[in-house]
Design a protein around this ligand. Sequence first.
Ligand code: ADP
Ligand code: ZN
Ligand code: ZN
Length: 839
Amino acid sequence: MESLFGDAYEPQDEKSRLFADVILPVPIPKMFTYKIPRSLAGEIGIGYRVMVQFGAKKVLTGIIGKVHQKPPKEYDAKPILDVMDTYAVVNPLQIKFWAWMAEYYCCHIGEVMNSALPSGLKLSSESKIQLNPTYDSETSMYPLDDREEVILQALASREELSYEDCEQLLGIKTIHGIIKSLVIKEAIIVFEKVKDKYTPKVETRIRLRKEYAEDKKALENLFQELDSKPKQEEILLKYLQEIPVYQNPELNVKGLDKKVFSDAGLSMSSIKTLIKNNVLEEYKLIISRFEEIAESDEEIVLSEEQGVAMGQIKEGFEEKQVTLLHGITGSGKTEIYIQLIKEALESGSQILLLLPEIALTTHMVGRLRKVFGSKMGVYHSKYSDNERVEVWNGVISGKFSFVVGVRSSIFLPFDSLGLVIVDEEHEASFKQYDPAPRFQARDAAIMLAWLHQAKTILGSATPSFESYYNARTKKYGYVQLDRRYGEAQLPEYFLSDILVDKKKNLLKLDFTRLMREKIQEALNKQEQVLIFQNRRGYAPYISCEDCGWIPECEHCDVSLTYHQFGEEMRCHYCGFKEKVPKTCPACGSGKLAAVGLGTERIEESISLLFPEARVARMDMDTTKSKYGYQRLLEDFGAGNIDILVGTQMITKGLDFEKVTVVGILDADRILYFPDFRAGERAFQQITQVAGRAGRREKRGTVVIQSRKPDHYIFDKVIQGDYKNFYVQDMTERQKFFYPPFVKLIKISSRHKDYKTAEKAARHLHNLLNDINVKKIMLGPEKGLIGKIKNQFIFESLVKLDKSGNAQAVFKHGLQLILEEMYANKEFRSVRVVVDVDPY
Ligand code: ADP
Ligand code: ZN
Ligand code: ZN
């Protein structure tokens, strides 16, 4: 593994650090070498943000990835123009991690940097052209021609010009000419304004000047002077009453909020006078955007089973880096995490706990907050740029040695991780689809932990088959928790046949009789109900009852989803929306009907079927605002909602005592999805959502509606027979060459012209086919969705042999082929997307 990164990261002595390789946000898969000017020699190192000239016209900001003494062979290294930081915002381990990610996921390290840095730490910049202050037209050796004079005149009337301005005046070629010549003659320079987007939150405070705070005599003299000025004296007395500097001058450092004086009825003008007289001073205190919360000293008492599991985990750690904690829903994995985190903190190491996006505002975070207080950082996509930078800096300063966060938190500047936990490790949302790097956060977290020599726990009630496979083949340790904590039992399942009810006329608004009965029973007992349907909107689509016309997106190869709210049809791929037509555009018929089930429609049906019940809906549309999700949860927890309808958002981490009935309206929709993981997903989703029912004394009820209730998967879910389901599914995967038996890489070619996209895909496919490694190649074929945002998509699927170095050889070959393709005029505008381990 080490050889990947060469010897570049070995410590070197200060004097030999002559060159720096800089990671730049450009689509070229390498770093760029610059000279470290003597003036910056002591102030620069790995992880500093620097400004460099790139090409003839651009100035870019990037991060130093490496310092060394080898001048580049192909070009003369230009000097680094400036350094932006007084400390490294990124550490060497992170650069190593980025390099691994770029290599494994076949992307550029600049792209990894872009994903990794919170946008508040990215420097915003703008190229401007200014007159060099040393330029003097009288003495300059460089004669300007008439055309070039235009620029000078323009600069005379304005201080600076943007590139666009100059381009309009002269055309970009001439501009480059002038800059080049004039740079040599030092006449005009191009420079870039760089600013941090992060702004710390500050409070203006008042404090006593140091000479008084630290010198009793001086302070006493001051009081004598102020004898004749009672108002000022009063201010000073108030200050000393709040901050007794006599006892401890250090208390003075943070000073006082102005409010303290105004609350005491003291005037601002006397404060101002004291400031003017150099007695008090104003200063800006940087304050945290996060509330201070005390940690608790509660002892964690594990149940007997949890205790046993804990022992096994620790035993496993002695031999293996990764342990899979397979604990059924409600078995109390959180308590085990808490214990492990406590111990890791005590040993002085950092901890990262990864959660899927939506689980972050739930019980688990609340529970962790109670135990760890504000020692725990939270890294969340709904945080503002500033908040995220604060967490980032908090990790560097040691304020947060434990962070719980979403997938991007693997990029935080940890330097001594001891423990990484990935909860709900089976979650598909750990995969980043777009943009590159298209990483799987669970897999990347394992690599991250490896770089830190840290231990990893993967936790789930329904492990991904990849992880379970690794456990069974003894690559990972394996610990099982197969009983719910306390008295709670697993729920009772009922299968309800949609077609049978339909035939007997018992299906009402898509609810079978059994489903309605179970819901009604819960309502009668003042218990709560969850209804799961993984489709937002009102109906998947609208269709003409006379001619079968279905509205499609203008930009994508998908039908539009009908949203009753606003009478709109929306594309869930590109956001395109359109009003529902009054009549069918194809045949003029007025009979347009909504087909299929979305959460909006279910919410409406429930209101009709159970008019007395209070209904709410939880999906992407109702939880857009920062606290939307949390508010809904609080409402539900407070008992203000009887029935909650939702998408997969309701399957994760909800732990409510009064939920006794869970209904799954259309299980077939999850099951018959054209993907090799469909079975695994269905098993996971059904088990997870069912796991929300009956988590305390009362046993829960789960009703599953299906058109094919005799499918073997239901039997396995009901038995809780994960293992046999796995075995069955694995046999298929092995037979048809799917992960974990092969490594999958999906390569898609996208272009706005159908023919070009197809041709590029063919060309690429053939070249890849020639790479001499053991593999199976499928395609190129039109993508499952053939067009997205006006780009036609053709895909090749590569199934690589997992043994030996097939992967490395193939990825290397792929890189060369892509370089060649981009050099080819015909394909230059084709976008090739490489997805390693696609979902
Ligand atoms: P899981 O994440 O495995 O589904 P949880 O960690 O949410 O399960 O635990 C289920 C419930 O049992 C929670 O309400 C939790 O507070 C409770 N619980 C689990 N273990 C303990 C323990 N050792 N002491 C007290 N309560 C516990
Ligand atoms: Zn029609
Ligand atoms: Zn679209």
